[in-house]
Write a new protein. Structure first.
Length: 145
């Protein structure tokens, strides 16, 4: 069963909180190089470029490591959702990069790519369609007494 917008946004919120914490730790590791000041181009482009690259790499590693292993980030797991390819298989690293790039496309026009879930018969956002992926609801585990 395809996942709806509110459930997906709930999972995104959980993942965002965790990812922000990871990015804050990474930022803290760069601060000794700037004397505790903000990392900007005024501090030199090599440091700023390295910093931005590390943050982008962490985002790719965060999502890619979860998506390629189980199809579930901690947020997706909490909301009983799973990300999979259209053929039902696990994502590859190429799928991960495609999906993350497509997610930017979904967000740029004021989030219209996400709102598309509300009108799409398969409840798919633009980035789902562009990357050949889908988010599905994981059935509740059966209770055995």
């Amino acid at each position: 069963m395809p996942a709806g917008l509110l459930r997906r946004l709930g999972a995104l919120l959980y993942d965002t909180l965790l990812l922000v914490a990871v990015l804050m730790i990474a930022t803290a590791l760069f601060l000794p190089f700037t004397g505790g000041e903000a990392i900007t181009s005024a501090g030199g482009w090599p440091l700023e470029w390295t910093y931005r690259s590390v943050l982008a790499g962490l985002v790719v590693l965060f999502y890619g490591s979860f998506w390629t292993r189980s199809g579930q980030t901690l947020g997706l797991k909490s909301w009983r959702l799973r990300l999979e390819r259209d053929d039902g298989g696990r994502l590859t690293w190429a799928d991960t990069l495609r999906r993350l790039a497509a997610a930017i496309v979904s967000l740029l026009p004021a989030g219209l790519g996400w709102l598309w879930i509300l009108v799409d018969p398969g409840k798919r956002a633009w980035h789902d369609r562009l990357s050949g992926t889908r988010v599905v609801v994981v059935p509740k585990p059966s209770s055995r007494d």
